[in-house]
Design a protein around this ligand. Structure first.
Ligand code: F6R
Ligand code: MG
Ligand code: MG
Length: 371
């Protein structure tokens, strides 16, 4: 437990079953999760919480004083997902009930057990705006490009040029998901080294960002379900916490990279590249129905006040992001027209964890030496 009266924001998520295939959570799942977290708020474990969804992922946004990787907080998230599975998903026969709960019993931390977690502990500033990013139908590397633009690209973040308090730059913690090793690199000094790694988002994933003076600025979930299970179990559908304003990128600079609708891995059967579409939380936008997608991202803005969550504001619910959604749809049409061909279909490294291996195995013995 934290001793310095710091605030921790924990965003823990899982796909524990959904309505009509893989596209949206059921309202009863949200209701049950809210009841469970309300208990813990009354008991004093949580200071505050907000339960929402991004597509078929149930998202628990929690604030508390217990620090990162706290057993009680992780256990609360795990038992919430378990109870939603047992009491709602299974009785309603929702699709893929309990999908992301890969372990039988809780063992101290949800990382490595299926759910995704992003956590950030910090000393609250006089006013602390935070943006919570939630994605569906993609994997953690999807944040690499936007996080780079937010914290390192002066063409995106005007503050890097015109605000002296941002001039000293940021430190990127990059995780090598293949080796389980991480490295901290300084930006702008080591900008090219950072790009050499994070340009391969299937292997290298940004896990944390600090301001040069050590102030925690961002945290992202990094779990790769396929690497935990050794087989395809749905995409990881990552989450990310970004603090904003006064000496950090402004909220508008945090959102700006999502006007690109950049290509990410995921979409149908977790096997296709597609555009990341910025959407509001609303029923109209927050469900992937075209080819089970395309991949999408929701952004919720909060003020953190003595560890309570003031808000949210549904940040992509803005007509200014309509062209990005239209562009994402156009890219979706173009990518879809490639059908089963790469680069719409993912490359062999990523397809290794899908059902494609069964097809390749079937053909293996029919190959003969070429003339
Ligand atoms: C992607 C996703 C879906 C499923 C697809 C097939 O993350 O969850 O695109 O992969 O609907 O699902 P199954 O194999 O369950 O029929
Ligand atoms: Mg699903
Ligand atoms: Mg999902």
């Amino acid at each position: 437990m934290s001793t310095k009266n710091l605030t921790t924001v924990s965003v823990i998520k899982a796909d524990v079953g959904s309505l009509a295939g893989h596209h949206i959570v059921h309202p009863k799942q949200l209701e049950m999760a809210r009841q469970k977290l309300e208990h813990s708020r009354k008991d004093g474990l949580l200071v505050d919480f907000h339960v929402t969804h991004c597509g078929d992922d149930l998202e628990l946004i929690m604030t508390h004083r217990m620090g990162e990787n706290n057993v009680k907080i992780h256990e609360l998230a795990w038992t919430t997902f378990k109870e939603v599975t047992e009491k709602v998903s299974k009785p309603l026969k929702l699709y893929a009930a309990g999908q992301d709960l890969l372990s039988e019993a809780f063992s101290g931390n949800v990382r490595g057990m299926g759910p995704g977690a992003a956590e950030l502990e910090f000393q609250e500033r006089a006013s602390d705006p935070v943006v919570i990013l939630l994605a569906d139908k993609t994997s953690p590397g999807a944040w690499n490009l936007p996080l780079y633009k937010i914290f390192a690209d002066p063409f995106n973040t005007a503050g890097l040029v015109i605000d002296p308090s941002l001039h000293r730059g940021f430190i990127f913690e990059v995780l090598d998901t293949h080796e389980g090793l991480s490295v901290r690199l300084k930006c702008p000094e080591e900008l090219y080294d950072i790009l050499a790694l994070i340009g391969d988002p299937n292997r290298y994933v940004i896990s944390k960002i600090f301001r040069n003076d050590g102030l925690p600025a961002a945290a992202a979930s990094t779990s790769r379900l396929s690497m935990i299970a050794g087989r395809y179990v749905g995409k990881d559908d990552p989450v990310c916490i970004v603090r904003a304003q006064s000496g950090l990128p402004a909220v508008g600079e945090v959102l700006e990279p999502f006007s690109l609708s950049h290509l990410v891995p995921g979409w149908m059967r977790g096997s296709h590249h597609g555009p990341l579409m910025p959407v509001s939380v609303s029923e109209a936008q927050n469900k992937g129905t075209r080819f089970d997608g395309p991949p999408r991202v929701v952004a919720l803005g909060f003020q953190i006040s003595n560890a309570t969550l003031v808000g949210p504001s549904d940040l992509f619910d803005d007509p200014a992001f309509e062209p990005a959604r239209t562009k994402a749809s156009e890219i979706a049409y173009y990518m879809r027209s490639h059908g089963p061909f790469m680069p719409h279909r993912l490359g062999p490294d990523e397809m290794e964890y899908t059902t494609l291996t069964g097809v390749l195995d079937k053909l293996k013995d029919r190959f003969q030496k070429a003339e």
